[in-house]
Design a protein around this ligand. Structure first.
Ligand SMILES: Nc1nc2c(ncn2[C@@H]2O[C@H](COP(=O)(O)OP(=O)(O)OP(=O)(O)O)[C@@H](O)[C@H]2O)c(=O)[nH]1
Length: 854
């Protein structure tokens, strides 16, 4: 019993009360009346399910049975008999919910057409299947043919190789018959030759591949599928795909194998390894393109346990690099500064620049007065009120040409600059007071200018004075090898008066003339280089340096390295206190923006970036610290130190600064030292003068690497301090002979000592004793002279020196003795040498190093 609302019935509920119904497709519903006992009845709704469609030829069967009904429901009639021939079927419009006997003519027609269509399709399918089967059979046939072909080819190849081998064997036998020895050799060669060939050429010979063997041992998945008759387009394609895949994987495998083979003896890339003074193992490995662990291993083999982070010196690193097969280029830390200064300019870029002038001379001869007079009279702007600011240097203009004056009277700045390797000055003005003539500092100034190779212009000052004697000045200068023009020389001289302003123009003209001779040039279109004239820490402006641009053009924003300091130029201030946009060659300017205060005489240069500036200054600061420590230890400037330096550097000149009490003694010392000179060595007197040893002497000695000798004079406090600071030794003498002897000794030290050898004696080996724990001892007789312990010995065999060394023992009977005289017997053993034979001669000699003297 079922209820329409219950069970699997998906129809909307259908009750007699409701009018709207929706039938399930393919079902027929009806209502039957049921009678029960006691006169009860019940109406039951019956659902008849009908079969939708059946294939033509199928037996007609009831489409559906009534679910619950006493009488049979409608039976489906056979469709085929009634289906007439018709054109192709139209799309099925009504497909369900109808029994056959209720089908209309149109429906019947549609069914018929559908049946027709399906028949056609069936035929087509059968044809396609037949074609597929035929193609498969053809494929199989083709493959079989191919396999047979390859087998035949292999068989032919095998036969050919066999024939070849046979003919070779016959030829060998023939050859062997003709020449047995030659045949033997030929066989060996042939065998050896044949060996490597086998793996390639012999493969088909040894393992002939039959068609069965050539067939793949295991069918591929695609083939299996094909055998199972499931050949589809996909499977057919996957067959090709599998083949392609296997080929590429094979290729990959081959490449991998090849790579492995190549990697084994990997070709090494030789590199040029740049080595600084120290380097970490890690860094070294990186530069060599090696693994750090390999370098560590190398050290382990050498008995050193090191980590990749450990620092090694350049020598060790070089050893490692060469061991690993690389070449080495050593670089010093100072290479940081490479390319900082002295960048070469093209000749065509050079243009004329103003000369830079320094004024030198004796105290009170009028240096300051002259500088002031020139400045006030010729200052570039000519502005009223003169100079507004003093910056240590200024420019004047004469006939439209500029002249730069370094406003630091005296030679202190001059020498300080030279001590730092800078040379700012082009021309030196030597001021000599006409009433006082040549004085000690005048001579010093001459020495400085000469040492720096700077031309001198003599300004004979104070000519307004009644006791002025310019001629006396000229003649006295002669004695110091300053030959003025009027005395037949080339040195320009001008008589001036600083206070009266006389002949200042003439002096400037002389400067310009000299500058013209010097042909001073510089390239303004490049990064600036120059020298620091003075520097101080200004309360408001911070570190301020007055610099002289020597080449290039300095501009605000440039990054500057000056000595141990660096900075970005914030502003440039000229000698009149005005801010300027640029400073061309020979222009002095104040530079603002430095990080620290450099020293007078420091060279400066503009660099590309802050990083480089920092790198350079850090290096320089470190160097300065090290230098200070070295100076403190007094390692520089002493006579002994200088001697050893001279010896190592191969210099044969001995520079000296000599100060004496009177000119006479100086001349005597000069003459005595002159006589000491030989072809090999000589004393070079950088400066000799009367008077106390001053700071200036010390700085001159520092610059020229000279020692200072004081004869009956002492150094003043400042000079002493300067000498200590510079590590310069000052030696005092009161007897000329002592002075000369010391210098002589120092010069003798420059002469290499002589090696002198003295023969002591000969001993002949009579017997060799091999003593346990002691080694071989030669039993000898002294045949000539004597033998001494500690002396040098040579082992001579057949007049040829076999070994040279020292004696380990010299024994007479059981006792160790110092010497054995001629004719006596003794036991001798060599240090680290035992190959002595009976009949050898032991020669005994003494070596002396004889110092040569002048
Ligand atoms: N009559 C005369 N006196 C001069 C002349 N030039 C300088 N004086 C005087 O000489 C003295 C010294 O001059 P300074 O210019 O200070 O000499 P200096 O060489 O600079 O001296 P220091 O700075 O001590 O080395 C001053 O009193 C000047 O007035 C001159 O041409 N004629």
């Amino acid at each position: 019993m079922s209820d329409t609302k219950s069970g699997d019935d998906k129809t909307l509920s259908v009750t007699p009360k409701k009018t709207l119904t929706l039938k399930r497709p393919g079902t027929e519903q009806s209502v039957v009346r049921q009678n029960f006992s006691h006169g009860r009845t019940k109406q039951v709704q019956v659902e008849i399910k009908k079969r939708k469609f059946s294939m033509p030829g199928d037996k007609p069967e009831p489409v559906a049975a009534p679910v619950l009904t006493p009488k049979p429901a409608v039976v489906a009639a056979p469709v085929v008999q009634e289906a007439p021939k018709a054109p192709p079927p139209p799309p099925p419009v009504e497909r369900s919910g109808m029994v056959l006997n209720e089908l209309s003519r149109g429906e019947m027609e549609a069914r018929r057409r559908a049946l027709e269509g399906s028949k056609v399709r069936e035929v087509e399918d059968r044809q396609r299947a037949a074609e597929d089967a035929k193609r498969r059979a053809e494929d199989e046939e083709r493959r079989k043919r191919e396999r047979e072909d390859s087998a035949r080819r292999q068989a032919e190849e095998e036969a050919r190789l066999q024939t070849e081998a046979e003919s070779r064997r016959r030829a060998e036998e023939e050859a062997r018959r003709r020449a047995p020895l030659a045949a033997e050799l030929a066989t060996v060669d042939d065998e050896e030759e044949a060996k490597p060939k086998r793996p390639g050429a012999g493969a088909p010979v040894r393992r002939p591949v039959t068609p069965e063997v050539a067939r793949p041992a295991k069918p591929t998945k695609a083939e299996e599928d094909r055998r199972r008759g499931k050949l589809t387009l996909n499977t057919a394609l996957s067959d090709e795909d599998a083949r392609a895949r296997s080929l590429s994987s094979m290729r990959r495998r081959q490449e991998k194998f090849k790579r492995a083979m190549h990697n084994e003896p990997r070709e090494k890339v030789m590199r040029e390894v740049i080595l600084p003074e120290t380097i970490t193992i890690q860094e070294l490995a990186q530069r060599m393109s090696e693994r750090a662990v390999d370098v560590v291993k190398y050290f382990m083999k050498q008995g050193q346990i090191l980590k990749p982070g450990d620092i090694i010196d350049a020598d060790t690193a070089e050893l490692v690099a060469t061991e690993f097969g690389h070449t080495v280029r050593r670089v010093a830390e100072s290479d940081i500064e490479e390319g900082l200064f002295n960048i070469a300019d093209n000749a065509e870029d050079l243009v004329s620049r103003p000369p830079v002038v320094t004024i030198m001379g004796h105290v009170d001869h009028g240096k300051t007065s002259l500088l002031d007079a020139i400045r006030n009279a010729n200052v570039v702007s000519g502005e009223a009120g003169g100079i507004t600011q003093h910056i240590g240097a200024y420019q004047v203009e004469k006939n439209g040409q500029k002249i730069t004056f370094i406003d630091t009277p005296g030679h202190a700045a001059f020498t300080a600059m030279r001590a730092r390797g800078a040379q700012a000055t082009d021309i030196a003005i030597l001021v000599v007071a006409a009433d006082d003539s040549v004085m000690p500092q005048t001579i010093e100034s001459i020495s400085h200018a000469k040492a720096a190779g700077v031309p001198i212009i003599v300004a004979i000052n104070k000519i307004d004075k009644h006791d002025a004697d310019p001629q006396k000045v000229r003649s006295e200068l002669l004695r110091h090898e300053v030959f003025v023009e009027s005395m037949g020389g080339e040195v320009l001289d001008v008589e001036v008066s600083a206070t009266k302003g006389t002949n200042l123009d003439k002096l400037l003209e002389a400067i310009l003339l000299q500058a013209e001779i010097l042909d001073l040039k510089a390239n303004p279109d490049r990064t600036a280089e120059g020298v620091v004239i003075e520097a101080q820490l200004d309360k408001g402006r911070g570190p301020v340096a007055t610099v002289l641009v020597q080449t290039g053009t300095l501009m605000p924003g440039d990054i500057l390295v000056a000595g141990n300091e660096w900075g970005r130029v914030r502003a440039l201030v000229n000698d009149r206190g005005e801010q300027v946009k640029e400073a061309p060659p020979a222009m002095p300017v104040e530079v603002l923006g430095l990080q620290g205060t450099p020293q007078a005489g420091d060279r400066f240069a503009v660099v590309n970036n802050e990083a480089r500036a920092r790198e350079i200054t850090e290096y320089r600061q470190r160097l300065a610290r090290e230098k200070a420590v070295a100076k403190h230890a007094g390692q520089r400037g002493s006579l002994e130190q200088m001697m050893s330096q001279l010896q190592t550097s191969g210099l044969k000149e001995f520079p000296l600064v000599i100060k004496g009490d009177v000119q006479g003694s100086i001349e005597a010392i000069n003459a005595a030292l002159d006589k000491l000179g030989t072809d090999e060595v000589r004393a070079r007197i950088v400066h000799a003068g009367a008077g106390a040893i001053t700071e200036s002497d010390v700085s001159l000695a520092e610059t020229s690497g000279a020692a200072i000798i004081g004869f009956n004079v002492r150094a003043n406090a400042q000079a002493r301090a300067a000498a200590v600071a510079a590590g310069i030794e000052i030696r005092y003498y009161s007897i000329i002979y002592n002075l000369v002897d010391d210098v002589k000794a120092a010069l003798s030290g420059l002469l290499s000592p002589e090696r002198r050898e003295t023969f002591i004696g000969n001993a002949e080996i009579l017997e060799i004793f091999d003593i346990t724990k002691v080694g071989k001892i030669a039993g000898c007789r002294v045949t000539e002279g004597k033998v001494e312990r500690g002396a040098g010995v040579r082992l001579i065999r057949d007049n040829v020196v076999i070994h040279e060394g020292t004696l380990k023992t010299l024994k007479r009977f059981k006792d160790e003795v110092a010497e054995v005289p001629g004719g006596q017997e003794c036991g001798m053993a060599f240090q680290n040498y035992e190959d002595m034979r009976v009949g050898d001669i032991i020669e005994c000699f003494r070596v002396e190093m004889v110092t040569r003297t002048l």
